[in-house]
Design a protein around this ligand. Structure first.
Ligand SMILES: [Zn+2]
Length: 107
């Protein structure tokens, strides 16, 4: 059953992202240093962490939506046009909610 396989993939990815987000939060909580040069480096580091966190949170959100769609039996169908997304595409991008045509249109 390919859907079970995809669900396993999504859940594994979800665990990984949650771990990544935890690690980012842990980094944010590390102590400050008084040195001005180091503070600048820390701010830069924080910006990188911010965008990493944003991307991870976005992806996690998409995965949760995909899992919900699976529960409701909507997973195989495009959320925009209702056509089948196709297993080949879902295998490549398991958290997508659009068929290839709609994904290209919205890009
Ligand atoms: Zn579509």
């Amino acid at each position: 059953m390919p859907l079970q396989e995809l669900k396993r993939k999504l859940l594994a990815q979800k665990v990984q992202l949650e771990r990544q987000l935890n690690a980012i939060h842990h980094d944010f909580q590390q102590g400050r240093t008084a040195d001005a040069a180091e503070q600048a480096a820390e701010r830069e580091n924080e910006q990188v962490l911010n965008s990493l966190e944003y991307n991870a949170a976005e992806e996690l959100n998409s995965i949760n939506i995909a899992l919900q769609r699976m529960e409701h039996g909507e997973y195989l169908y495009c959320s925009r046009c209702g056509e089948e997304i196709g297993l080949e595409r879902l295998n490549a991008v398991p958290f997508t909610t659009f068929c290839i045509h709609c994904a290209n249109k919205s890009a």
